[in-house]
Design a protein around this ligand. Sequence first.
Ligand SMILES: Cc1cc2nc3c(=O)[nH]c(=O)nc-3n(C[C@H](O)[C@H](O)[C@H](O)COP(=O)(O)OP(=O)(O)OC[C@H]3O[C@@H](n4cnc5c(N)ncnc54)[C@H](O)[C@@H]3O)c2cc1C
Ligand code: SF4
Length: 504
Amino acid sequence: MASTEPASTAPVTPGAAFETEAPNIRAGRLDPAAYIDVFDDLHPPLTRHEAFVEADRCYFCYDAPCMDACPTGIDIPLFIRQIAADNPTGSAKTILAENILGGMCARVCPTETLCEQACVREMAEGKPVKIGLLQRYATDHLMAEGGHPFTRAAPTGKHVAVVGAGPAGLSAAHRLAKHGHDVTIFEARPKGGGLNEYGIAAYKTVDDFAQRELDFILQIGGITIENGKTLGRDISIEALNAGYDAVFLGMGLPDVNDLGLEGEDAEGCIDAVEYIAALRQSDNLSTLPVGRDVVVIGGGMTAIDIAIQIKLLGAENVTIAYRRGRESMNASAYEQELAQTHGVVIRHWLQPKAVKRNEAGAICGIELEYTAQPDGKLVGTGETLTLPADQVFKAIGQAFTAHPLAGSGIGLAKGRISVDAERRTSIDGIWAGGDCVAGGQDLTVASVQDGKLAAESIHRALMRIPDRMDGFAEAVLAGGGAGQASQMPHQSPSADPSAPPQAR
Ligand SMILES: Cc1cc2nc3c(=O)[nH]c(=O)nc-3n(C[C@H](O)[C@H](O)[C@H](O)COP(=O)(O)OP(=O)(O)OC[C@H]3O[C@@H](n4cnc5c(N)ncnc54)[C@H](O)[C@@H]3O)c2cc1C
Ligand code: SF4
């Protein structure tokens, strides 16, 4: 069995991985008192009054476009109406019936490109209903009340193995447990939560929310987490397939992409995800090393998150260098603006060319080449510039590691696990979802939906419930063709048994 430890599942020792002698990198750049509020809640929760006012802005649209734009298909107009009727508990149940991580998604979803972008008020006035904040209002209320809103079905005697306790694995585990199956989650890291615990920016999830939500999910019962158990090192895929009634793989993307530059092993050239994990696990932020001049390479959420967080920790100059134009960045316009309002400079059409080191071997700058895209193909123009840099953060994406699956015969596509619409892999008895599967959106909410779809498919397989007729009956009733109705891989295959009635 391979024993290589993927970058993101290695233990996190806050600060230790980045120890340095470089003069411009130092810990404790802020006044000690400043660390207390430096990562305050990005969007403070709505008060009860604010929630009523916001809920009243909703038109409770029939065929609501916001609902179609939600990857987990939450009945948004219904939950908003329940808030307007002063029933936040019922509202939270509506949300959690489709998305058991609705509390985290309310904090981290890029709503500006999902439900709020689709809201008719956004179309009409450029001011959508604040769906994310309303979702948080309801789910926070329910969690503060304590208890768990769902009960388990009678035990089925079936036992499912889940690999990875991230959003995909937790969503699958909860739905399976609710159906009465027992679930064991094998998780490489000491804590569950996946990137909710180790990756999401600190200002999006304050007050240890990832662990509180994990505890909330486990309250359903029937789920055991074995931390520190790595597939490919402590357990094999063959053993799981043979020893359990079904297997769900939700391993995320444990490796990171390199820049491919000479000198990138230099002190101060850091993987952004690793640094964020250390930051999230640190109980003393003043120990984290922070450069004076910092350059971030990348154009996605991770690039924005590390840039803002290192700026908040006291870096003087933070620049994001991205190789294409503004509109091609994976980070939304809102996130780009957020970085800029925190004092981060974003420069486009620049690609890294060489890491500059001083005599001591530490980074002192990065050479970047201007790029252009004539005829749609990105090319370097040959012109260069060098930015001073004590720290260079690599944020150019993460990668799947297939070695834990070696010998299993599981099919891959584009370097990730290949699955069908029900999240079945090419091997009988094994399902997969979340970031580790091909064709996903690499978002928390999309991973939750994958886990849910896989759990429903596993449940049907274990209980020998006949497959749906691929929408044939619904299509005939609706007057359409069968093919038409089957083209909806992201919709729930079967209604949640504990979902509240459709009150609209
Ligand atoms: C820095 C960063 C910031 C992000 N910010 C946002 C955001 O603001 N909003 C948003 O919607 N999305 C965000 N994302 C994306 C989001 O976090 C992911 O899409 C989501 O976490 C994927 O869930 P997952 O369960 O598939 O994988 P993960 O969350 O990665 O969980 C996978 C779990 O599997 C475990 N594991 C891996 N290999 C093994 C193994 N061999 N054996 C056992 N366990 C294993 C890992 O330790 C981990 O706990 C961000 C991503 C990053 C990197
Ligand atoms: S689209 Fe906007 S107004 Fe219509 S139901 Fe959704 S949130 Fe309400």
